[in-house]
Design a protein around this ligand. Structure first.
Ligand code: GDP
Length: 344
């Protein structure tokens, strides 16, 4: 199509027409839903936090099941990423869930490099998605997408603030993955200490420029709940899969000589808030942000490294053929969209 022809269509005025009766395209959203349900969904959670901080217990509590997970020792020489995939079903919705544990995190004497294996793991998942995308014969439809949709960062409850390993790790990961910080084992500190710790953690994240995931407020349906939940971060959580009788009800709780901490009681901890935000309200947004923001940045940097570019020196668009024809890469590539600048 010639350039002038394109311009003619671009300037053409659109007219609103009334339909004489029902034609059927109003079923398009339903078609989308049934197609998505038939295809199933995938969701990938990365749990970052020191050994014994309560990662496995929280995962079991969140999904109300028992995932098999080997107990990690405190003597790992390096941090290892251990992914495990499960097929779950709720009503007629199938979810392929991958939980990735950071085994040995925080156990080495020198913790300077602890973030590296995590970063490499996240990039490796982006890389295999990009490889699939760039194939001539792609099968993205049934591709097992292992890109990390959410990183739950577990903060120890018994400090005065974040540790340097927490700040360094979150700072290194924040452009790669959606981070939700949680204060683990919140039943082990008093309410006033917890309130202080929450404020301190948030102010340290802000002053160090760490971008955590913000629950989106653009969609009217969830704007109110999401903006209120943004003010509760970091969530202070308690995990337990033990069923305890409280009154005449069985509830998930942790029993102590002086009483019980009920996981789903909002006066006791923020577990319900976390589950609500992560699974019931924002799961699709987390998947979308992973693709549209974090993966997009990775993809753009990779393609630039490979020599692809969208515009020439005169800001004219390149066609795909021109782009490919211009390889190997010219120098002086610049990022032009609103995404952060690629770090080479
Ligand atoms: P992981 O190594 O991070 O996966 O930690 P685990 O989930 O295996 O938990 C380590 C220990 O902490 C276990 O004895 C758990 O029962 C205990 N634990 C887990 N969650 C909590 C919690 O919310 N509060 C308290 N007090 N203990 C917890």
């Amino acid at each position: 199509m010639a350039a002038s022809e394109v311009d003619v269509f671009a300037n053409e005025e659109k007219r609103n027409l009334e339909l004489g009766g029902h034609v059927g395209f109003d079923s398009l959203p339903d078609q989308l839903v049934s197609k998505s349900v038939a295809q199933g969904f995938c969701f990938n959670i990365l749990c970052v936090g020191e050994t014994g901080i309560g990662k496995s217990t929280l995962m079991n509590t969140l999904f109300n099941t028992t995932f098999e997970n080997e107990e990690a020792s405190h003597y790992e020489h390096e941090v290892q990423l251990r992914p495990q995939t499960y097929d779950l079903q709720e009503s007629n919705v199938n979810l392929k869930l991958t939980i990735v544990h950071t085994v040995g995190f925080g156990d080495q004497i020198n913790k300077e490099e602890s973030y590296k294996p995590i970063l490499e793991y996240i990039d490796a998942q982006f890389e295999s998605y990009l490889e699939e995308e760039l194939k001539i014969k792609r099968s993205l439809f049934n591709y097992h997408d292992t890109r990390i949709h959410i990183c739950l960062y577990f903060i120890a409850p018994n400090g005065h603030s974040l540790k340097s390993i927490d700040l360094v790790t979150m700072k290194k990961l924040d452009s790669k993955v959606n981070i939700i910080p949680v204060i683990a084992k919140a039943d082990t500190v008093s309410k006033s200490e917890l309130d202080k710790l929450k404020i301190k953690v948030m102010s340290e994240l802000v002053s160090n420029g760490v971008q955590i995931y913000q629950f989106p407020t653009e969609n009217e349906a969830v704007a109110e709940i999401n903006s209120s939940m943004n003010t509760h971060l970091p969530f202070a959580v308690v995990g337990s899969i033990e069923d305890v009788k409280v009154g005449n009800k069985m509830v998930k709780a942790r029993l102590y000589p002086w009483g019980s901490v009920q996981v789903e009681n909002e006066n006791h901890c923020d577990f319900v808030k976390l589950r609500e935000m992560l699974l019931r309200v924002n799961m699709e947004d987390l998947r979308e942000q992973t693709h549209a923001r974090h993966y997009e940045l990775y993809r753009r940097c990779k393609l630039e490294e490979m020599g692809f570019k969208d515009t020439g020196p005169d800001s004219q668009s390149f066609s795909c053929r021109q782009t490919l024809g211009s390889l190997p890469p010219p120098t002086g590539l610049e990022c032009s969209s609103e995404l952060p600048v690629c770090q080479k």
